[in-house]
Write a protein that binds this ligand. Sequence first.
Ligand code: NAD
Length: 498
Amino acid sequence: MRKIDHWIDGKPTSGQSTRTGPVWNPATGQQQAAVQLAEPADVDDAVQSAARAFEQWRDVSVVRRARIMFKFRELVERNLDDAARIISDEHGKVVSDARGEVVRGLEVVEFACGIPQLLKGEFSEQVSTDVDSYSFRQPLGVVAGITPFNFPAMVPMWMHPIAIATGNTFVLKPSERDPSASNFFAELYADAGLPEGVFNVVHGDKVAVDAILDHPLIRAVSFVGSTPIARYIHGRATASGKRVQALGGAKNHAVVLPDADVDFAADHLVAAGYGSAGQRCMAISAVVAVGDVGDALVERIRTRTEEIKVGPGRVDSSEMGPVVTREAQQRVLRYVDSGLEAGATLVVDGRALSVEGHEDGFFVGPCLFDRATPEMDIYTDEIFGPVLVVLRAGTFDEAIDLVNANPYGNGTAIFTSNGEAARTFQRRVTVGMIGVNVPIPVPMAFHSFGGWKDSLFGDRHVHGPEGVSFYTQAKVVTSRWPHVHDATGAHLNFPTAH
Ligand code: NAD
């Protein structure tokens, strides 16, 4: 059985781990590897390695840091196919989708290549006689990332390129369900010339996470995952004095108005609902059909949903792969049963789907519910599987109220041909990322990504300007170099400009 080690101080190591966890191939249902589950001592090794590396890395010029990022970018692009296959084999998503996530992650690396520009400070000359004032940002030290299974490349890449380019050293604790991509990128960083200890990977579960949250040398924690864990991470890490951004789960609504192009909306809703088997934090999982658009919309979503080709991620013709584990598969199936029992109409039933030659794989066919209501658990809960739920709303106002009453606030979209309705929507919804005729409004790397309400704990979003701000702290210098020293004696009043 293949063993997946930690990556500490520039090399793979099994450290002091005595426990391992299974890594499944979701397409076959077979265990394909065993990943080390770190003990606190392993986390400490990684943190000490990062702390040692920080002493040199902080003094490496921004230009040299940027050059390493350029090289890393080139190496990731050159190895894109291998990265995509590694992701697909452990996550289950189709290879083309896995390539897409690496490319979106690379956009953050490209952003980080501009670090000399991003770290330029501000200078005010002669703020008082012979006095100048300037501000600049410095790295925090050792920072950590804790990431979910659903984007094993992209979500860590929201964090480490910016953390490292701003001069920090990094400890990553990726999901134990698809750990290999992180080691692959660690090797590419080493090949790009990143000094040992600047980027470390510890694999593990709650034991490793808690050791990170409590470690006195870790200055900041970026977390992405489900809401209950995000809330826990935020509470525990802030209590130990760390800076924290903790991104949680989601229930993303798409509101479709009667004036929308229904075919266009249906195409995009199917892509956004079932891509990656619905395991995207920005997946559309609730469609709110307003007024009389419902019947036509559901019919068009139905025909497209029934055409989705489900199969192993490695097979070119597959459009949708399995979900990540047997447990996830069973959970999704339970929700579909529950929706039926609660009285929603199951328009497309994917429960019985079986993929020839892969009967033990963790597959669930796409499922489509119509006429769900807000109290049903298929609406209230984040199912995180290929289940799209349609609700009917009488008016636009009702639809907005529904979006705003939901505790999550990650992403939402409106489909309409009316600019004024779109503008009203973007102004009134209590959600962090909004798409206008765009179903998955993930901002580009030079903007910041993050939700509102139960989708984010902490105050700074990831990547873009807020990412740079998160991983740095500001200093302001007030400096006097008088050309003539006119000693006028000591004045005890509070100094004002003169
Ligand atoms: P998860 O919360 O189960 O796990 C995330 C990380 O936390 C993993 O590294 C895991 O090892 C660790 N963890 C799990 N249980 C823990 C515990 N009890 N104590 C300490 N650490 C623990 O999430 P997941 O299932 O891997 O990923 C799916 C979730 O992530 C979904 O809810 C999805 O919406 C969310 N997500 C959110 C975003 C976003 O941008 N807001 C992006 C991607 C995924």
